[in-house]
Design a protein around this ligand. Structure first.
Ligand code: HEM
Ligand code: HEM
Length: 173
């Protein structure tokens, strides 16, 4: 079933969720640049895709937000206080998923590097723009915030699965 329902998330929502979960995990490998200045297998093989994958995530999150608005009244419900916290947590995840690529692009363009994704030039190299650099410098802080949010999110998925046992994980599988 493509659409969501009150009982479970449909295939389109699940496609967005799991494809982006994989791509965002890939993006976190950029933290490994802190080890030996990125001179290792991860840094030389997977991390060079950072800008291309980040740009792809921007496209996916715009489409996903549109889909979320469309399916809003049609999704599994969240009762109780844990449900309110889940809504806040998911909202923060969405905000971070928009801010990460936006600040990354501001960093690149602000420093005059331009933007190329998958060998395609999207924005040409140019002058430095200080206000873009200032906003772009938030990229790393937001990355740490997103990492903690994702860790809490995965932790809660396991709490639902193994402690509360209410089938929450199943509706996203
Ligand atoms: C959801 C998308 C993204 C995620 C999760 C992400 C995540 C990260 C992480 C974890 C770091 C390392 C931060 C640190 O070590 O403190 C980083 C650095 C960086 N990212 Fe991203 N990123 C994303 C998108 C992008 C995009 C689209 C661009 C560029 C167009 C970009 C450009 C950069 C740059 C240039 C750095 C190095 C910054 C520095 O050295 O201060 N990122 N990113
Ligand atoms: C980078 C990784 C991840 C991100 C950014 C993320 C983001 C989200 C977001 C925004 C939602 C709200 C529903 C939606 O709009 O699709 C959601 C729901 C959900 N996620 Fe994740 N997720 C990630 C990884 C995971 C992992 C690894 C698991 C399982 C271990 C998981 C389990 C779930 C479940 C069960 C739901 C449904 C929760 C409910 O209905 O209350 N997520 N996720």
């Amino acid at each position: 079933m493509m659409n969501d329902s009150k009982a479970r998330y449909g295939s389109i929502t699940r496609f967005f969720h799991w494809s982006m979960a994989i791509l965002v995990s890939w993006q976190f490998l950029k933290f490994f640049d802190r080890i030996n200045d990125g001179e290792h297998w991860v840094g030389e093989t997977l991390v060079p895709w950072h800008i291309s994958i980040g740009s792809l995530i921007l496209v996916l999150i715009v489409l996903r937000l549109g889909w979320t608005v469309k399916e809003k009244g049609n999704r599994p419900e969240h009762g109780s206080i844990i449900g309110v916290l889940a809504k806040i947590g998911h909202g923060l995840l969405y905000v971070a998923l928009v801010l990460m690529p936006v600040t990354g692009i501001f960093y690149m363009v602000g420093n005059g590097y331009g933007l190329s994704a998958f060998n395609l030039e999207i924005i040409a190299k140019g002058e430095e723009v200080s206000w873009l650099i200032n906003i772009g410098s938030l990229h790393s802080y937001i990355a740490w915030g997103l990492l903690f949010l994702v860790a809490g999110h995965i932790g809660m998925a396991f709490v639902h699965q193994f402690i509360i046992k209410d089938g929450t994980l199943k509706r996203m599988m």
